[in-house]
Design a protein around this ligand. Structure first.
Ligand code: SF4
Ligand code: SF4
Length: 196
C-alpha cells in the first residue's frame, strides 16, 4: 500500500459521521479550533489529545487517535470549557457522550478510563458517597499487576493525604436515600442502553 493510501485510510469520514450521531456529537462539527477550551482545562496536561485536538481528530475521522485517546476519561466535568466556548458547545456533554460510546464499543476493561469510572460508581453506590481509599484499592486490584506498580509509585502522594485526612481510611457514612440513589442510577443505565 502506498503512503498516500495509508493517509487516505487513516481519515475516515464515515467514522466522523458515526460520532456526530452519538449523544451531543453533532456539536463537534461546530468547533472552530480557537483553543479557548484548552487554556481553560485543568486536565489538559494529562490528556493524550486536549479538547481542541480531540475534536479536530473527530472532524478528520482519525479513528485510531480518537479511539486511543484518554481525553474523555480524564475530563473532570468541571464545566469551565463549556462556559468559555465561543461556539456554545456543551463540551462536558460531548465528553459524556463519548464515554458512553467508548464503553459500549470497547467494553469496560479495554476502554482507557472506563474501568475507573465503573469502579467509581460501584464504590459510590455502596454507601451513596465516595470512599477514595477503597476506590483506589479496588481500581488498582481490578486493573492488574502493572497498575499495582503504578499505585506503589504514588505512595508519596497518598501518604501525606492520609496524614492530612484528605484520604480517609475509614469508610464514609452511608447516606439515608441510598436505595433511591441506586434506583436513579439503574434507571439512567437502562436509558443509556436504550440509546436515550
Ligand atoms: S472553545 Fe469551543 S470552538 Fe474553541 S476549540 Fe474549544 S470546543 Fe472548539
Ligand atoms: S469539563 Fe472536562 S474538558 Fe472541559 S475544562 Fe473541565 S476537565 Fe477540561
Amino acid at each position: 500500500m502506498t503512503a498516500a493510501n495509508n493517509q487516505a485510510s487513516r481519515y475516515d469520514p464515515a467514522f466522523a459521521n458515526e460520532l456526530y450521531s452519538i449523544e451531543n456529537g453533532h456539536y463537534i462539527k461546530q468547533c472552530m479550533q480557537c483553543g479557548l477550551c484548552v487554556v481553560t482545562c485543568p486536565a489538559r496536561h494529562l490528556m493524550d489529545l486536549q479538547p481542541r485536538k480531540y475534536f479536530k481528530a473527530i472532524q478528520a475521522g482519525d479513528r485510531d487517535r480518537v479511539l486511543k485517546a484518554n481525553t474523555p476519561w480524564l475530563c473532570t466535568s468541571c464545566n469551565l470549557c463549556t462556559v468559555r466556548c465561543p461556539r456554545g458547545i456543551p463540551i462536558i456533554d460531548v465528553m459524556h457522550g463519548m464515554k458512553l460510546y467508548l464503553a459500549q464499543k470497547q467494553g469496560v476493561k479495554s476502554a482507557p478510563g472506563a474501568l475507573f469510572s465503573k469502579t467509581f460508581f460501584d464504590v459510590m453506590l455502596k454507601r451513596g458517597r465516595q470512599w477514595e481509599a477503597w476506590l483506589t484499592q479496588m481500581y488498582f486490584l481490578k486493573a492488574g499487576p502493572s497498575a499495582i506498580k503504578d499505585a506503589l509509585k504514588m505512595m508519596d502522594v497518598a501518604q501525606p493525604m492520609v496524614l492530612k485526612r484528605r484520604l480517609p481510611l475509614a469508610p464514609a457514612k452511608t447516606i439515608k436515600g441510598k436505595s433511591q440513589l441506586k434506583k436513579i442510577y439503574e434507571k439512567a443505565a437502562a436509558l443509556a442502553k436504550e440509546g436515550h
